[in-house]
Each structure stands twice: as C-alpha cells, then as structure tokens.
Design a protein around this ligand. Structure first.
Ligand SMILES: Cc1ncc(COP(=O)(O)O)c(C=O)c1O
Length: 394
C-alpha cells in the first residue's frame, strides 16, 4: 500500500536519530553493497527469530521466492497456504512453477484452520506455507505436527510477525525456513527489504548464492573488485537473481533492531488502547489472540459484525478516508484475484470463511506513535460511519 497523505495515516515508520546516524556511517564508508552492515542486520534478525542463519534480501517476496527455489520446489508440486493474506504469500509458489492449494481459515484467529489443512494434503504436496495473519500467531505447533506426520516441509511466511511468539517460540523458527518483510508499514523497516531465516546452513548458503547472481561461497563482506577475489565475483554456479539488500537499507534495519523492544512496546500499547476502546462495540469484532500467543501487530484489523455486507464495509472505509483517516480492506482473498481465478479456476464460494471475513475487514491506522486522542478520533469516526450504515438500513 503506498504511503498515504492522510491526517492519520494507516501506518508510519518509527525512525530515530540512530537510524540516521547508521545510514550516515554507511554513506561515509563508501561501501554501499555487500558489507558489514548487512551481516550485522542478518545476525540481529536471525537471533530475534530464534534461528542460526539470516540472509537479507531486497524484499519479503524475494525471500519467499528464494525459499521455495532453494528447496527445489517446482512444477508438479503443491504448496498449501492461506487465501486470506497479502498476495505475496502465494505468488512465489507461482514463480517456481508449483501449484497453490488454499485452505480455509479459522474465523477467530484468521490463520489456516489446522483441521482443514490435513484434508488438503495430497501425494503432490511438498510444503505448507504458513502465515501469521496480521502478526498474530496461531496453530504453528499444530502445522509442524501435521507436516512431520506427512513428511512434508513446513515453511513460514512470517513477513507480518517479526518478534511474535507462540508458546515462547519465535515466529520464523517453526519450520525449515521463515521469511520476514521490511516494507515501511511493517514492525520494523529497511525501506524495502526482507530476510530468510533458517537453522539449515546448507539452505542458507544456497539462498546466499541465489540472491547474488548464483555466485557460490562469496562472503557478503568481500565485495567486487578486490584483487584476488575478482574471479569469484565473475563465477556463477547457478542461475541466480539480484535480490541483495543494500548497506543503506541494512543500516536502517540495524537501527530498528537496536530499538526493537521499544518499537514493539509502543505498537502493543496502541493495540491495547484500540482493544479497550472497541471491546464493547456490538458492531465490531476484535482480533482473537489464543492463549500462549504473543502477537507483534503488523496492522490492526477489526471486522464488522456478521450481517454487514462488503458494500457497507467499503462505504465505511470510504467515509474514514473522507475524514483523512487511513483505512484499508485487508486483505481481499488471494484466490479471487484475477490471475488465480484465470489460471487455476478458483471461484467465489470455495473458501467461504475467508471470503466472508475478507468482505468485512477494516485495517485501522496503526503505528507506535499514535496518541490516545488519535485513537479516539479514529474510533469515534468509525462509530459515526457505522451508525450512518445502520440508519440507512432501517
Ligand atoms: C504476509 C506477507 N507476505 C509477504 C509480503 C511481502 O513482503 P514485501 O512487500 O517486502 O515483498 C508481505 C508484505 O507486505 C506480507 O504481508
């Protein structure tokens, strides 16, 4: 979603003098790619995700793409994922030529329903791509059990869940590999960026090579044009990509990770204020957090009560936007996006819970710096829009 010019935007990055100083350090060093800042950022994120290895990329989408490619997932393979997510949870499955299989969600947590997941497994299933919807983890341990029972790979699109935990275990660490995204609306940002995390060092090496034009064992801090290593720079062992993160982005990321606890604390406080303010509303359903789950909210998504139509929801969003309050229908179902309908024949009605939820969701402005007054204004405006819809009905 483009950054908005709303008076209360949907999101706003939490940046400080520290990030500016680190960017300045990189600029003064003259080393703008493949340097020590990227390695520092990788180890900070990997540690937070409870994984041994981190491989920074230029987006969360490219981290997911490399995850599937490095595991050799391709034509003839099926990968199971959720229909209620950002489209980049599923697009990488198409990039590698595999087939996406969607599983309907649990209406409370909005994560894939584990009972339905088991039924979707076929002899062609290679992997489950689990997503913590909006940064709220659920059932990750159950997905892991199912994957182990069927000898398929559990992968995590944790792009919305950096720092979140389930039963004390960090999101990103439940499967063979996890991916994070650092777009400016995420918990932390690098402008654009992503990272794959894993405990599998062979997998991490393949991903390092694939992100760097297929160069093998080329250390990140050993850049091009450095005498004897020039040969390594021009040797390409596989068909790779340029999915590298720049040192400037990594510097922003290092500053964000240094301040991670503070950033998450501020966001958690904003979520708690919303929950307190909207808990009594009969028109709005709040996110359900399961016992043992510790979300790090990516966005704050409420949904209108059953009975509201998607047209009514769209009018509420338009009304909020007219009042310069950022708001969005997070997320339209992936299977109903044109390329998925056209290529795979997905239709309305195939995943009724996800479709029903997706027709009623509203992402409200959400960022750490939100004041109590701003939250109150958002909630008041939402209530006015809802009473307008109710009046129009009667
Ligand atoms: C669940 C999910 N997957 C993947 C992505 C892709 O991340 P990026 O925008 O960094 O490519 C996002 C981010 O928007 C996301 O929310």
């Amino acid at each position: 979603m483009p950054q908005s010019s709303d008076a209360i935007p949907l999101s706003r990055p939490d940046l400080s003098a520290l990030e500016r100083a680190l960017v300045d350090e990189v600029l003064r060093s003259g080393r703008l790619a493949l340097g020590p800042m990227t390695e520092r950022f990788e180890s900070m994120v990997a540690q937070r995700a409870g994984c041994e290895q981190g491989v920074a990329t230029n987006s969360g989408t490219s981290a997911l793409h490399l995850m599937l490619q490095s595991l050799g997932i391709g034509p003839g393979d099926e990968v199971i994922t959720t229909p209620l997510s950002f489209i980049a949870s599923a697009n990488p499955i198409l990039y590698v030529g595999a087939t996406p299989v969607f599983v309907d969600i649990c209406p409370k947590t909005l994560n894939m329903d584990p009972a339905r997941l088991e039924a979707a497994i076929t002899p062609r299933t290679r992997a489950i791509m689990a997503v913590e919807a909006f940064g709220n983890p659920a059932y990750m341990d159950r997905y892991a059990q199912i994957a182990a029972r069927h000898e398929i790979i559990l992968l995590e699109d944790s792009c919305e869940a950096l720092g979140a935990t389930q039963n004390g275990r960090a999101c990103g660490s439940f499967g063979r590999a996890g991916a994070f995204g650092f777009y400016p609306n995420k918990q932390i940002t690098t402008g654009e960026g992503g990272m794959l995390v894993t405990d599998d060092s062979a997998l991490a090496d393949t991903v390092r090579s694939l992100r760097n034009q297929g160069r093998d064992s080329f250390p990140t801090s050993d850049g091009p044009g450095e005498g004897p290593r020039l040969g390594a720079w021009l040797a390409h062992q596989r068909v790779g990509f340029n999915f590298r993160m720049s040192e400037v982005s990594a510097a922003i990321g290092v500053g964000q990770m240094e301040r991670f606890d503070e950033i998450i604390e501020r966001r958690t406080r904003v979520a708690a204020m919303y929950i307190e303010r909207l808990a009594a509303s009969e028109h709005v359903v709040l996110p359900t957090v399961l016992p043992g789950s510790e979300p790090t909210w990516f966005v704050f998504v409420v949904r209108l009560a059953a009975g509201y139509t998607s047209e009514e929801r769209d009018r509420v969003i338009a009304g909020l936007r007219n009042h310069e309050i950022g708001s969005a229908p997070y997320f339209p179902c992936i299977h109903l996006q044109p390329p998925y309908q056209e290529r795979f024949g997905f239709r309305q009605g195939m995943f009724p819970i996800a479709e029903s939820v997706a027709g009623r969701t509203i992402a409200l402005p959400f960022f750490g710096g939100m004041t109590a007054r701003e939250i109150d204004l958002v909630c008041q405006t939402l209530e006015v829009m809802l009473s307008r819809e109710n009046l129009a009905r009667s």
